[in-house]
Design a protein around this ligand. Structure first.
Ligand code: FRU
Length: 586
């Protein structure tokens, strides 16, 4: 075929595709704010509506873009886009493909308040004492850091929809880890890509120099240290693109965050390397050897540690391979049985498998593991707090309750309750325990219900009287009487709001809603702690040697009905049930 004929065919094809574009009947439309006068633009969202990309341009300069299910009419909720930083400038939001007749432009609002202020936290399926974002999707907790009386909670956020996407760091603050005040998003996508998981630290000695006006007290201590956070910037979904490690910092105690101009600080190394967790390694023998350490997920089931003196230049120090999981590392030192002279390091992976070992600042030497404390259910990508003061000394962790369902809600996914991690010696060796933080007791409404009885038989469940409300913190203690250890017919049972808990003394397995975990009686007792919220139940057994987190929906907000059963005379049961209040203002 002659070249000219080929060119003609190509041209014809071009004209035809132009027609096809028109026949798809989608329109490019723009919303303008000229000049920007308010802090926020509130965009109408309808879950299930056609998706479009929106680009944000300020005075003609591209800022970032996001994908959104723009509501043509009757929005389910409004998404919050912070624009206050561009006050006085011309802002244009260009939507790529808008359904003809869509009223999104007239529905879009400007405001000094975040979206849906009068509706938020009053939703039917809003967790009542667990964190879930005001609007949109969350997955991993990120950047958990405590500074000057405030716990910061950053989180993987899709501000514009209730499914995963547009990864951004949402931000909430609290003084007790239970009552949260959600702030505008802290870290938004940029030319390096979207913002995946990571961590934050207080740079007490300003090793990074990012505080350019350090103020020192009489002892030489810097009183205005920068807060520095690390995250994975990636140009494609779930690590399929080239992901690299980037940095943001705050010089106003974590209120606002500035991208480090030299990002990324660690370029792409391998596969989907991601989720930097940074901490200060203090060399007790030789304080001069103290340095920053970063645990980073590399690829497959491999992680690595990196070291830095200034948070900016990093070098690899060792590999940690074959942990049996991927993503979201954490690493911390804990006293064993409360004895600070006898401590161990814990290396933690995305699915909650952990190794116990020693870390000398150069190499993590595995002593035992992998083990797990948390079983199945809805629990992934946990992270622990950095910089909790030594006088408190706790290692507090949040986890994403992956896989919960919140039908028709303007938000999606929640976190576990915050839990305190400790190491204890058990007959099997040193193991990690997790228990709810003590602050939870501040939510108790009234005097607890106490109850005790002997078990009457599996077919004769005992209903615990006087339990009120749907939000509860319950302690159940079975004190075992004589039993044959190998008899798998020996069962202890509890049921609350349709969630079945069962313990089999023969095979020493406990189960919550069918999720099983090994559990041996201690001092002839099986102790259970249950946190019951409107959309979740968490079970901690025998002081937290195992934990199961499970999402469920108490749609009708039924008051809880707790029943206990078990083989006749197998055990005596003691119950203490505390009714809790919601953390949200109604
Ligand atoms: C874990 C994870 C991380 C990643 C983030 C993206 O759930 O896949 O590895 O950084 O989620 O949202």
């Amino acid at each position: 075929m002659k070249k000219s004929i080929l060119i003609l065919i190509f041209c014809l094809f071009g004209v035809l595709s132009a027609f096809t574009d028109l026949s798809a009947q989608s329109l490019v439309q723009s919303y303008e704010s000229n000049p920007v006068t308010k802090k926020f633009i509130l965009l109408p969202v309808k879950t299930g509506a056609a998706k479009t990309w929106i680009t944000v341009n300020v005075d003609g300069v591209f800022q970032h873009e996001f994908e959104i299910e723009l509501a043509p009419e009757n929005p389910d909720f409004y998404a919050t886009l912070e624009v206050g930083q561009w006050k006085g400038k011309k802002l244009v939001l260009s939507a790529e493909t808008v359904v003809p007749g869509s009223k999104w432009i007239s529905l879009t609002k400007t405001s000094d308040e975040m979206s849906d202020e009068s509706l938020v936290y009053k939703e039917e399926l809003r967790p009542q004492f667990h964190f879930a974002p005001r609007r949109g999707w969350t997955n991993d907790p990120n950047g958990l850091v405590y500074y000057n009386g405030t716990y910061h909670l950053f989180f993987q956020h899709n501000p514009y929809g209730t499914s995963w996407g547009n990864m951004t760091w949402g931000h909430a603050v609290s003084t007790d880890l239970l009552h949260w005040n959600e702030m505008p998003d802290a870290v938004i996508p940029d030319k390096n890509g979207v913002v995946f998981s990571g961590s934050a630290v207080v740079d007490w000695k300003n090793t990074s120099g990012l505080q350019t006006k350090p103020i020192k007290d009489k002892t030489g201590k810097i009183t205005n240290p920068p807060l520095v956070a690390f995250y994975t910037s990636t140009d494609a979904n779930r690590g399929k693109g080239k992901s690299a490690q980037s940095m943001v910092y705050s010089v106003d105690e974590g209120k606002t965050w500035i991208k480090y101009p030299g990002n990324p600080v660690i370029p792409h190394i391998i596969g989907g390397n991601r989720d930097p967790k940074v901490f200060w390694f203090e060399d007790k023998q030789n304080p001069k050897n103290g340095h920053w350490t970063m645990a980073l997920y590399m690829d497959g089931e491999d992680y690595a540690l990196f070291s830095s003196k200034n948070l900016i230049q990093w070098e690899k120090i060792c590999d940690i391979k074959n942990l049996g999981c991927s993503e979201c590392p954490d690493m911390f030192e804990l006293p064993v049985d409360g004895n600070k002279q006898k401590s161990r390091w814990v290396f933690w992976g995305g699915n909650g498998k952990y190794l116990i070992g020693n870390f000398d600042g150069k190499e993590f030497k595995v002593e035992s593991g992998p083990f797990t404390t948390k079983y199945g259910g809805n629990d992934y990508a946990a992270q622990s707090y950095s910089d909790i003061p030594a006088k408190d000394g706790r290692r507090i962790q949040f986890s994403w309750m992956q896989g919960g369902e919140y039908p028709k809600m303007p938000f999606n996914q929640q976190f576990t309750s915050p839990r305190n991690l400790t190491l204890h010696t058990t007959p099997d060796g040193i193991r990690l325990f997790m228990e709810p933080i003590k602050e939870i007791k501040n939510l108790v409404i009234s005097v607890p219900v106490t109850f005790s009885a002997g078990l009457k038989g599996l077919d004769k469940p005992i209903q615990v009287p006087n339990i009120k409300g749907e939000l509860l913190d319950i302690e159940v203690q079975f004190e075992l009487k004589a039993y044959t250890a190998s008899d798998t017919n020996n069962l202890l049972k509890a049921e609350i709001l349709g969630q079945k808990i069962s313990y089999n003394l023969g095979n020493q397995l406990i189960s919550l809603a069918g999720i099983k975990a090994p559990l041996a009686p201690v001092d002839n007792k099986i102790k259970l702690r249950l946190l019951v919220d409107r959309t979740s139940i968490e079970l901690f057994a025998n002081d937290g040697i195992i934990q199961i987190a499970k999402c469920f929906v108490n749609k009708d907000k039924e008051p809880a009905n707790l029943t206990i059963s078990g083989n006749k005379d197998l055990a005596n049961v003691k119950i203490v049930a505390y009714q809790l209040k919601s953390v949200w203002k109604k």
